[in-house]
Design a protein around this ligand. Structure first.
Ligand code: ADP
Ligand code: MG
Length: 579
């Protein structure tokens, strides 16, 4: 379906020159130039979910850089092609500078910082008269033949627009695209999969900045003359809203949004003066009526009916293939861990050893510190005292991103998945670290990037088969039942070939039969040499599959032993099991 839209757009672009109408060339060129910028910005706004609303600043920077260099105001005149490349470079650098606050600031604060930058750029363009011409402006670069005619520039811009569509689609389908969406919708789970948000964001900030700079340079050519007035907040809004109308996490949607917003003032010329008002109205309409944007309207796949009678049937033999590459078996050792929240000691001097190939149960009343223990082990919380080691390797406290590479994976008490992505894509997020190709290789879809994708996908199918969800691979995760999400999280964790698997109440919300299958699955995973730490409330499951059990109460160990010892332990029975 989406393919047909691309074909249709391409058809219109190819036929447009046949009309011979130069005004149409201008509109087509403008849409193509806007799209070059928006395609890059889409990775930041639509995929990573960052509210970058001031991108007109990078557009202006690109326009001025190309114009100034081509005019020879500062250094001797350079070839216009070089001027455009320089605009890309300046765009990339400032794309990173504008983006950096996003690594620390949240949502609106980041949005404001991008807006602030846009104001600075306009002020500098106005003030630095010798170079920029101030309010009077300066000529845009005049390109060399064959790009010096309206249709010549049209073909150049359309060619670049196609190239940026392909490049961003390549990123979207790569582990980088999935990582971006994971940081947007399930940041904590992304960290647990070893995805470093700063790392993935830096690449896209550079790329989107370069795209914006290039678009600015082309725009200066198209306008033939630029002044600071050309780079208004309205234009920045247009870029941003095109993505919102289009729908996040899509390429086609924002492309259609761009075309729509470029054409809108043309078909409704009287509206031009009202553009801000129209944009605001459109924005409201989208937020209220179709939060998923155009992309959601076009997405039929996700509305297909699901089989109502379906069972989760784990296939243990698939585990072997998946985990046979596992690394050296290691035991987890915690000693003297203490973590207090204010005056409350959530964990109070905890010693714990989890052996490879064993399932270790961690039980206790609500609030006894079980989840906190998992958070300490997986690096989300930094204990005030105590040490942790996996084998010989000491584990740094408070560094969740490094854990995946160490072979420590986890699931969450409340499943953390990306609802808008398919089950398969969710599991593939767990394979992010397994890729070898760089961002640039993914951008260009070079052989190594394609090999990564094939390998990660094959692994994910194995993991899904192992947990019994392979028949739901193509379904959006937000359509799954709660119990299925629990198995999905286990599949995602298995993608990392864990040495240690941390499970936080995996049986909560499961039927009796599903709990049985879950128990057998966990047992099978541990038989592959994985150390499993299982936090659970279902006593039956704990006593069925655990080799050892630790009982916590108020952050301290109340009892430790084999299941039969724990079952017979007086205090445990009175504090916890009694009821
Ligand atoms: P559970 O055994 O039910 O998983 P938790 O580990 O979640 O218990 O919580 C242990 C204690 O620590 C509880 O009293 C809880 O209120 C407290 N606690 C957990 N996380 C935090 C936090 N981030 N800030 C303050 N208190 C917390
Ligand atoms: Mg808990």
């Amino acid at each position: 379906m989406t393919a047909w839209f691309y074909v249709a757009i391409l058809g219109v672009l190819l036929l447009l020159p046949l009309t011979g109408n130069e005004y149409r060339a201008l509109i087509g060129t403008r849409a193509a130039i806007y799209w070059v910028l928006i395609a890059g910005l889409n990775l930041i706004v639509g995929f990573a979910g960052q509210l970058a609303i001031g991108y007109v600043a990078l557009f202006a920077l690109g326009a001025y850089t190309a114009s100034i260099l081509a005019a020879g105001n500062v250094i001797p005149e350079v070839h216009p092609a070089l001027a455009l490349i320089a605009a890309m470079g300046v765009g990339a650098i400032f794309g990173l500078v504008v983006g950096l606050p996003a690594l620390r600031l949240r949502t609106f604060y980041f949005a404001m910082s991008t807006l602030g930058f846009a104001t600075i750029v306009t002020q500098v363009a106005l003030g630095w008269q010798d170079v920029t011409g101030g309010g009077i402006g300066l000529s845009g670069p005049s390109l060399r033949p064959p790009f010096d005619t309206p249709w010549g520039l049209y073909w150049l811009s359309v060619g670049l627009a196609i190239a940026f569509t392909i490049m961003t689609a390549n990123v979207a389908q790569s582990r980088f695209g999935r990582a971006l969406i994971a940081t947007r919708d399930a940041e904590v789970a992304a960290e647990a999969c070893g995805i470093s948000k700063p790392k993935v964001l830096v690449s896209v900030f550079l790329f989107a900045g370069a795209a914006a700079g290039l678009a600015g340079g082309l725009f200066a050519s198209l306008q033939t003359y630029i002044t600071p007035d050309a780079f208004t907040f309205d234009l920045s809004l247009l870029f941003f809203i095109a993505i919102l109308i289009g729908g996040r996490g899509s390429i086609l949607g924002p492309l259609l949004g761009t075309i729509l917003l470029t054409l809108l003032p043309e078909v409704a010329a009287p509206l031009a003066a009202w553009s801000t008002f129209v944009y605001a109205g459109l924005l409201l309409l989208i937020v209220l009526a179709m939060p998923g944007g155009i992309a959601a309207l076009l997405d039929r796949e996700s509305r297909k009916a699901l089989p109502s009678e379906r069972a989760i049937l784990p296939q243990h033999q698939a585990l072997q293939a998946l985990l046979s590459t596992a690394r050296k078996k290691q035991r987890l050792q915690l000693s003297g861990i203490l973590l207090a929240f204010g005056g409350l000691k959530a964990i109070d001097g905890l010693d714990l050893v989890v052996e490879p190939g064993e399932v270790h149960g961690l039980i206790g009343p609500n609030g006894s510190g079980k989840t906190t223990t998992l958070n300490v082990i997986s690096g989300y919380y930094k204990p005030q005292r105590g040490t942790m080691a996996l084998g010989e390797m000491a584990l740094a406290a408070g560094r969740p991103v490094g854990r995946a590479a160490d072979g420590i994976c986890r699931t969450f008490q409340t499943p953390r998945v990306i609802g808008e992505e398919t089950v398969l894509e969710n599991v593939m997020v767990g394979g992010t670290l397994a890729g070898q190709a760089s961002f640039v290789e993914a951008l260009l879809s070079l052989p190594r990037a394609r090999a990564d994708e094939r390998r990660i996908k094959a692994m994910a199918m194995q993991a899904l088969t192992a947990v019994g969800l392979d028949n739901l691979a193509g379904i959006r995760a937000d359509r799954l039942q709660h119990s299925e999400l629990r198995f999905l999280e286990i599949a995602r964790a298995l993608m990392l070939h864990p040495r240690l698997l941390l499970l936080d109440e995996p049986a909560a919300g499961l039927s009796v039969q599903e709990i049985k299958r879950l128990g057998a699955l966990i047992k099978a995973i541990s038989r592959e040499g994985v150390a499993v730490l299982l936090v659970e409330h279902h006593a039956d499951l704990i006593f069925d599959i655990c080799d050892r059990v630790t009982v916590l109460n108020l952050g301290r160990i109340l009892a430790y032993g084999t299941p039969s010892e724990i079952r017979a332990h007086k205090e445990v029975v009175s504090v916890y099991l009694g009821a």
